[in-house]
Design a protein around this ligand. Structure first.
Ligand code: HEM
Length: 199
């Protein structure tokens, strides 16, 4: 992936990031420091995370159906690289741009936002459990909090970029501006809600 191809995602990630209140999103200073303190421990969890992740996806028909025959080793490698990069830091604009792009890479394979959110939940749950098993309680809680904020933040970027790409594709097909679709969607949403309420 070149810096040039990431450029567009960099701007999108920044735009979505700025919508999140600082108290409610990943904290680049505090959370990154917590990650840095436990880099070694987290590195040692890589096999447990990667194996557990794919065991979970392959044990469920709807998620198993996404994969092609013989694809698992390649997928394990990409998740391994992703996890080690995440653990390594830094959490800069490029990292969040990359997460936004990774979200879209999944769309072309039919992975839904629902599946992505569920697996982020699984990752956060798993690292938090491993942290509680190996770190002093205060540190384990700090690390679990940092992962939870990371998970919600990245899912926020992924789901917004999914909607953005979807609307852009529709707008291009119709030859109109994305803003017009957003306006229409709001109006339609209001109309559907009015129709739901008893008159
Ligand atoms: C925490 C959630 C997830 C993370 C962090 C993650 C991470 C990644 C990464 C880093 C890649 C490589 C992207 C690239 O080529 O640049 C990838 C590819 C892929 N992932 Fe995930 N993934 C997640 C959830 C899922 C789920 C829920 C599924 C299926 C149910 C899935 C199936 C795939 C597939 C099929 C590819 C290959 C896409 C392609 O290049 O055609 N992933 N994932």
């Amino acid at each position: 992936m070149t810096d040039k191809s990431l450029g567009r995602f960099y701007a999108l990630a920044q735009e979505f990031w700025s919508q999140l209140p600082p108290q409610a999103r990943f904290r680049p200073l505090e959370d990154a420091k917590t990650f840095a303190r436990h880099k070694e421990a987290m590195r040692s969890w890589v096999d447990a995370v990667v194996q557990g992740f794919y065991n979970t996806l392959f044990a469920h028909p709807a998620t198993r159906a996404i994969f092609r025959e013989g694809e698992r080793p390649a997928r394990e490698k990409t998740l391994r690289d992703w996890y080690l990069r995440t653990v390594e830091g830094p959490f800069n604009g490029q990292y969040f741009a990359w997460q936004t792009l990774v979200g879209l890479v999944h769309v072309r394979r039919g992975v839904t936002n629902a599946m992505m959110a569920a697996m982020w939940n699984w990752v956060v749950d798993t690292v938090s459990r491993l942290a509680r098993q190996t770190l002093p309680q205060g540190e384990a809680e700090a690390l679990a909090d940092a992962w939870r904020r990371l998970g919600f933040t990245v899912m926020a970027l992924i789901s917004e970029s999914y909607l953005h790409a979807y609307l852009e594709a529709l707008a291009q097909a119709e030859g109109v501006e994305v803003g017009m679709f957003l306006q229409r969607a709001q109006e339609e949403g209001a109309r559907m809600l009015r129709n739901l309420s008893p008159s």
